[in-house]
Design a protein around this ligand. Structure first.
Ligand code: SAH
Ligand code: SF4
Ligand code: F3S
Length: 447
């Protein structure tokens, strides 16, 4: 049988990265191997994100390029769009791009081989949402996971929240928890392939299992994953501050495998804006949660997401965000200008004239990011001279002879060393802290 090749371009969050891995696994059992060169691929898939306007635009420039390649080649090429824009736009994409063969949403990922087969007869669309009774989580392992230090494991799909700015519930459908037995099986298989660090993923991991009688809670799942022999580090994302219970905080006392790093998106420091976003926590509740986490795990490092220029955000609201930044001292934050998304309820605020002018939002974003850099760098400089355990991941992206790894607080550290150390945990002294990474030197006895 002639080898078929698939090229997948992935935009968006960890859910999309994970879905791409599953697609590769499913396609490989159908005779496809992955290629990095779109021009030699028989099947091209772009796995899209629509969380903001910018990532959505990337699809259209990508399709322009893919269409050109498809027309110039002598052989047939199947062109497919998956992910959140596919779910949202569906048939509209097929109408607009006649060269497109297949559009399918996140819930159709497990059916990929059947869908690709169907394109022989014409354009194919599958954007059906499946509920808990029908949805089956694919169990095939991402072929790229073998030999990796870390791997993602999905624990739920979709989201039942209704944050007013967010398109994800519309593109990913209702929340469905994956049976914990399946999650643990996947973790065991990954560890068997040499994986040491497991990242549990979902849009709202703290609500894991709550809708299913007899299922483990998220905290219980953490303990069960930690019990799997060979799991050295556990991370998870994304956590919603409203739903993070005392039992998860307790896990930071009990489980040494749980990484001292947590991404805890706050979005805004203003109660008025948090209410308008329907986040269901206050600034004070968020700060209390941070205190409880730091009590449980004193060295915990936090990162967060901010949206600036949400409809109705005043200068005073934004100052509340700036003071929150200083109160928590996040190691890093992902901050975005509010972006209007189709069919989200925040659009009603815009209709009522509450839009923040782009220039105002832009100036606020610049200020927030500058302050974040200062805090991030100061936090990292305060580590200079200390020795940290580092799990070595691979070569540094920038320098020959330099390797990089992660500290127990999930910070990137670069230091001179041999690639033979990949996968090992070694003590490294921090020699310099930057805003987003550390530089170090291995402690002599280990060189
Ligand atoms: N489930 C996660 C977030 C998923 S989206 C959570 O609840 O935190 C990732 C991030 O994108 C969000 O945290 C938010 O900061 C940002 N985001 C989502 N919608 C946005 C919009 N309309 N405009 C700007 N940023 C947005
Ligand atoms: Fe979007 Fe809110 Fe769900 Fe996160 S919790 S995916 S921000 S609706
Ligand atoms: Fe983007 Fe969809 Fe993830 S909108 S952020 S790829 S859930």
């Amino acid at each position: 049988m002639e080898k078929k090749r698939v090229y997948i371009r992935t935009f968006g969050c960890q859910m999309n990265a994970y879905d791409t891995g599953k697609m590769k696994a499913l396609l490989s059992s159908d005779g496809y191997e992955s290629t990095e060169d779109m021009a030699e691929a028989d099947l091209v898939i772009v796995n899209t994100c629509s969380v903001r306007e910018k990532p959505e635009h990337k699809l259209h420039s990508f399709l322009g390029e893919a269409r050109r390649i498809k027309r110039e080649r002598g052989r047939p090429m199947t062109l497919a769009v998956s992910g959140c824009v596919a779910q949202q736009e569906g048939q509209k994409l097929l109408d607009r791009y006649r060269d497109l063969d297949l559009v399918f949403g996140p819930d159709a990922v497990p059916s990929i081989t059947r869908l690709v087969e169907g394109t022989k007869k014409g354009q194919v669309l599958d954007t059906t949402f499946l509920d808990a009774a029908d949805y089956v989580f694919a169990s095939e392992l991402d072929p790229d996971a073998a030999g990796s230090i870390g791997a993602f494991v999905t624990i739920q799909k979709g989201c039942d929240n209704k944050c007013t700015f967010c398109i994800v519930p519309a593109t990913r459908g209702p929340e469905v928890s994956r049976p914990s037995g399946q999650i643990l099986d996947e973790v065991r298989q990954l560890v068997g392939q040499g994986v040491q660090e497991i990242t549990l993923i979902g849009q709202n991991v703290n609500s894991y299992g709550l809708k299913v009688d007899g299922e483990r809670t998220f905290a219980q799942l953490l303990y069960a994953v930690a019990d799997v022999e060979g799991v050295e580090r556990i991370r998870y994302t994304t956590s919603h501050p409203r739903d993070m219970g005392a039992d998860v905080v307790q896990a930071y006392r009990d489980l040494p495998q749980l990484t001292s790093y947590l991404h805890l998106p706050v979005q805004s420091g203003s109660d008025r804006i948090l209410r308008r976003m329907k986040r269901f926590y206050t600034r004070q509740r968020y700060l209390d949660l941070v205190d409880r986490l730091r009590d449980a795990r004193p060295d915990i490092v936090l990162s967060t997401d901010f949206i600036v220029g949400f409809p109705g955000e005043t200068d005073a609201d934004f100052e509340d965000t700036m003071t929150l930044l200083d109160a928590v001292r996040f190691q890093s934050s992902y901050s975005f200008k509010y972006s209007q998304r189709p069919d989200t309820s925040a659009l009603r605020l815009i209709d009522r004239g509450a839009a923040v002018p782009a220039a105002v939002a832009g100036a606020r974003l610049t200020r927030l990011q500058a302050r974040q850099r200062v805090i991030g760098e100061a936090e990292n400089r305060s580590l200079e001279g200390t020795v940290l355990d580092v799990l070595v991941e691979g070569p540094s992206r920038h320098d020959e002879g330099v390797i990089c790894g992660r500290t127990g607080t999930y910070k990137t550290i670069n230091f001179p060393g041999s690639l033979a150390l990949v996968g090992k945990t070694v003590p490294v002294m921090v020699t310099r802290g930057f805003a987003n990474s550390l530089r170090g030197e291995m402690v002599p006895a280990f060189r």
